[in-house]
Write a protein that binds this ligand. Structure first.
Ligand code: NAP
Length: 263
């Protein structure tokens, strides 16, 4: 007989999550929704005030508790500090949401400097890898863990102008697949969510450019830009019992733009 029909599939009480870039945009929605479903949350950003504000909001509500840890994810030593602060506050971290991302160069591949590529890899790939390496032993010891990488649908395509961004996102996506294979039997689930166009600060330039926006919308099947909560909902599902049989996948949350053929 299966487990009794009690509770919900999305209950995160007793779990602890790190959410990078949790002070605004997609990461903020993720932090708030994970806490709403019961997880204690450690959110990081470079600017302390905005991160603290999100924590205050979470701590004023029912659900999990939140703390902020000022961190630049491109610096390994600061990631160590983030994990130490998180463990000191809440114990074993069993959910990692690698959300913060860098998109710092748009232009021809010939103009992608070593420095740009290295910094982008630090933020979009090495932060995920470094945090995973720190957290996986704890997840494996308790035979339960979730690694959720926030990628981008941009990395599902070739691009003539998004070089460092897509390269770094593809590396992160493949890392997640490898971790899924390596540690699936130990109870770890590792997946990537690829957002399409979501209304946040990062997307502002595109949202403010009528021509670029209309090109994006031509591929959409729903005719609108996405909301941060529409990414957060899938994070909650993947982080909870609902996501127990999903491993190594890349799931687009993009209003269907990657399935549409545009003649
Ligand atoms: N919005 C979209 O349309 C879209 C589409 C595809 C993929 N994505 C991906 O979704 C993720 C979140 O993007 P978003 O649109 O929510 O961005 P956003 O609104 O610009 O928010 C970025 C968050 O990350 C933090 N952050 C940025 N750089 C950081 C660093 N070096 N160290 C620590 N924290 C840092 C920011 O806080 P501080 O500035 O204080 O550090 C903020 O909390 C990214 O990985 C992005 O590539 C977004």
């Amino acid at each position: 007989m299966s487990a009794p029909f009690a509770g919900t599939l999305f209950d995160l009480a007793g779990h602890v999550a790190i959410v990078t870039g949790g002070s605004r945009g997609i990461g903020r929605a993720i932090a708030e929704r994970l806490a709403q479903h019961g997880a204690n949350v450690v959110l990081c950003a470079r600017k302390e005030a905005a991160a603290r504000e999100v924590c205050d909001m979470i701590n004023d509500r029912d659900g999990g508790r939140a703390i902020a840890a000022t961190t630049n994810i491109t610096r390994a030593v600061e990631l160590d500090g983030l994990v130490a602060a998180a463990e000191a506050a809440f114990g074993t971290i069993d959910i990692l949401v690698a959300n913060a991302g860098l998109h710092i160069h748009v232009g021809p591949s010939a103009e992608m400097s070593d420095a740009v590529l290295e910094k982008t890899l630090d933020g979009n790939f090495h932060a995920l890898r470094r945090l995973s390496q720190r957290l996986l032993p704890g997840m494996i010891a308790q035979r339960w863990g979730r690694i959720i990488n926030i990628g981008s649908v941009a990395a599902h395509f070739g691009s003539g102008i998004y070089h460092s961004y897509t390269l770094s996102k593809v590396m992160a996506m493949q890392y997640v697949r490898n971790i899924a294979v390596e540690h699936g039997e130990a109870g770890v689930r590792a997946n990537t969510i690829s957002p399409g166009l979501i209304a946040t600060d990062m997307a502002k330039d595109l949202l403010d450019d009528p021509q670029a926006l209309s090109a994006e919308m031509a591929r959409s099947t729903v005719g609108r830009v996405g909301r941060p909560d529409e990414v957060a909902g899938l994070v909650v599902a993947l982080a909870s019992a609902a996501g127990g049989y999903v491993n190594g996948q890349t799931i687009a949350v993009d209003g269907g733009q990657t399935i549409r053929y545009v003649a």
